[in-house]
Design a protein around this ligand. Structure first.
Ligand code: GDP
Ligand code: IMO
Ligand code: MG
Length: 422
């Protein structure tokens, strides 16, 4: 019986979708535990490319059951669009998708508030999907849950109460038009017909599955450094992508987790604002972005690109309890003559002994690099570790040693078959 948590180890977009798709051939159930449609998890199979935002990346394996846990915030329209898209490819969703009654719903006013927040001075560079405002309402105990869809009088009352307050904000503070309550009611009072069939008591379903010896993969969204508690706050998302979030966001207790797998990009990227010590600017950054096709899967924004950061990765390994990792996008580095690896930070000439999540400090941190020779060979068709060029093997060995992890998968391209299992 395996219950594994898969976490993004950096700032998101590490290739979680691809690796979940690979691993889910060995799991019965895949569970998303946090975030929402801010995520964009890409899976490429033959000539088809799927970008999943809410539905777990196990959905492309016919015999896998997919679960959306209580920790996820669900935009019902985005969910239904995703179901429709999958079904248009003859991928069966009905009977294979369960949604926790306790997951919260993203409402149209959450997206409006997200965009208002982003227009001011405290911009984060969010995805605009209403994530932060929805989690605010959840923790303020004003949120609307998936289970409310099944109780129309209560749903109507909650929407009216919320909108009374939000409309005061929109009209009096933000000088905007009020939101039309009736239009939202009309839309949301219909969702039970379309979503009701997926609603389930997820903790007891997962408990029974574990009792029956089924294996479960918990799919994190975003990445450890975007974690609201452990990331580069305030330039973070509003949930806990780190492995601890897998328990609170699904209802699986910590005693049942058997392993934590980190997904690690062979270099570093970040979308949105916030410090990024190993960032490459100018032509070097542009070349890496172009070669790695580093454009957001959800928003299409260009991703900021930089060198692999082993110092950051050590922190990520520590807070997540990562035991083994999948390294992705190694093929992207094949054009480089030399590759830099950050092995530590200095501030004012002093070497740091810990990773500073405080943005003031992190902005001042100067990376300390070691340099390795590149391999300058196309590796995108390599199937075995021993067939990788020696310099590529050495690069992997070096980052594993400096980051303190063991590598179990190396990905050398976006497709399923471009995967080396160690
Ligand atoms: P996620 O959010 O962690 O699932 O990652 P994204 O899907 O946002 O971004 C990863 C991108 O890299 C996607 O376009 C993937 O198809 C692609 N990708 C994944 N693994 C590899 C790889 O090993 N090599 C290359 N070249 N692309 C990859
Ligand atoms: P996946 O799961 C990369 C970033 C946004 C922004 C910050 C807050 O595909 O790896 P939010 O909309 O969550 O309030 O934005 O978090 N962000 C991501 N960056 N990958 C993601 O998801 C992200 N989801 C959010 O760019 O900086
Ligand atoms: Mg992504």
């Amino acid at each position: 019986m395996e219950v594994s948590v898969l976490v993004g180890s950096q700032w998101g977009d590490e290739g979680k979708g691809k690796v979940v798709d690979i691993l889910s051939s060995r799991f019965n159930i895949v569970v998303r535990y946090q975030g929402g449609a801010n995520a964009g998890h890409t899976i490429e199979i033959e000539d088809k490319k799927f970008v999943l935002h809410l539905i777990p990346s196990g959905i492309l394996r016919d015999d896998v059951i997919c679960v959306i846990g209580n920790g996820v915030v669900i935009d019902p329209k985005a969910l239904l669009d995703e179901i429709e898209l999958l079904e248009s490819y003859n991928i069966k969703v009905k009977g294979r998708l369960l949604i926790s009654r306790n997951a919260h719903l993203i409402m149209p006013y959450h997206k409006t508030l997200d965009s208002i927040n982003e227009s001011g001075n405290s911009k984060i560079g969010t995805t605009g999907r209403g994530i932060g405002p929805c989690y605010i309402d959840k923790y303020a105990r004003k949120g609307i849950k998936i289970s409310d869809l099944e109780n129309k009088p209560l749903l109507e009352e909650k929407i009216r109460t919320n909108l009374e307050e939000k409309n005061q904000l929109f009209t009096r503070i933000y000088n905007q038009d009020a939101i039309d309550v009736e239009a939202i009611l009309k839309e949301y009072l219909e969702y039970d017909k379309l979503i009701g069939q997926y609603i389930a008591d997820v903790p007891s379903y997962l408990y029974n599955a574990i009792e029956e010896g089924k294996s479960i993969l918990l799919e994190g969204a975003q990445g450890a450094l975007l974690d609201v508690d452990h990331g580069t706050y305030p330039y973070v998302t509003s949930s806990n992508p780190t492995s601890g979030g897998a328990c609170t966001g699904s209802g699986i207790p910590p005693t049942k987790i058997t392993s934590v797998i980190g997904i690690v990009k062979a270099y570093t990227t970040r979308v949105g604002l916030g410090p990024f010590p190993t960032e490459l600017d100018g032509d070097e950054g542009e070349m890496l972005r172009k070669t790695g096709a580093e454009y957001g899967a959800t928003t299409g924004r260009p991703r900021r690109c930089g060198w692999y950061d082993a110092f950051l990765m050590n922190y990520s390994r520590m807070i997540n309890g990562i035991q083994r990792v999948a390294i992705t996008k190694l093929d992207v580095l094949s054009y480089m003559d030399e590759i830099k690896i950050c092995v530590g930070y200095e501030i004012d000439g002093q070497r740091l002994s810990y990773f500073p999540t405080d943005v003031e400090l992190l902005s001042k941190a100067k990376p300390v690099y070691e340099v390795m020779p590149g391999w300058k060979t196309d590796i995108s068709k390599v199937k075995y570790f021993s067939d990788l060029p020696v310099n590529a093997q050495n690069y992997l060995g070096f980052i594993a040693e400096k980051s303190g992890f063991e590598i179990s998968i190396v990905s050398v391209g976006p497709k399923r078959e471009q995967t080396i299992e160690l």
